[in-house]
Design a protein around this ligand. Sequence first.
Ligand code: PGA
Length: 244
Amino acid sequence: MKIIVSQTHEDSCKKAAVMFRELLREKPTAKLGLATGGTPLPLYAELARMNKAGEVDFSRACSVNLDEYCGLAPTHDQSYRYFMDTNLFNHINIDKSHTFVASGTKPPEEAAAELEEKVYEGGAPDLQLLGIGANGHIAFNEPATALVAESHPAPLTESTIDANARFFATRADVPSLSVTMGMKGILSAAKIIMLAEGKGKKEAIEGLVKGGSITTQNPSTFLKLHRDVTVFIDKELADAVGVK
Ligand code: PGA
């Protein structure tokens, strides 16, 4: 696992954007595994800038997203489809019909089966982007006594509902169920990039980067089983964890 410490999160995102650019130059038809949340926003802004400047071309790329809230239509401003359109897809030259975000309105089992198919359609993602929850979740694979390999409907933990409430009018508006890629789909990607910012992620990142065991209580620790993971963290988080 490579750990790259940057002075600021924006710097981390610029470095991560270069990895996307290099991949797309090498393989214009690359399949990108994408993520939502506050963390990737500066990365998406940088990719949009690069695309506008002619530094990277998404016209032949495709994508699959990690997860979606159950109960939110794609037009809902907190759905992950809406997030991806407004924060990335509307600003780059990707063919939107080649982007996939799981359905938030189909029956959850059906939406999960569809997502599972899309993860592997034409091959697993060449590059999977991940954020991390303060509790160590990746996508909506929450800490538990057991994790699920395939895409599945997944309840959000109370702490994740708390964390995501900042995006909704009230906490009660945060959906309690999601459809998420499972651990196998995430680990199937050829390359994985993890972005994490701020000391709030200390415990989760400690579990991932500081040795110790793989545990279902910190799902991110399963990334230790993958041979090509790059973790970008900002200085504040690096100092909190004690890595250089
Ligand atoms: P955040 O979420 O980027 O909004 O902190 C990360 C995650 O929950 O995976």
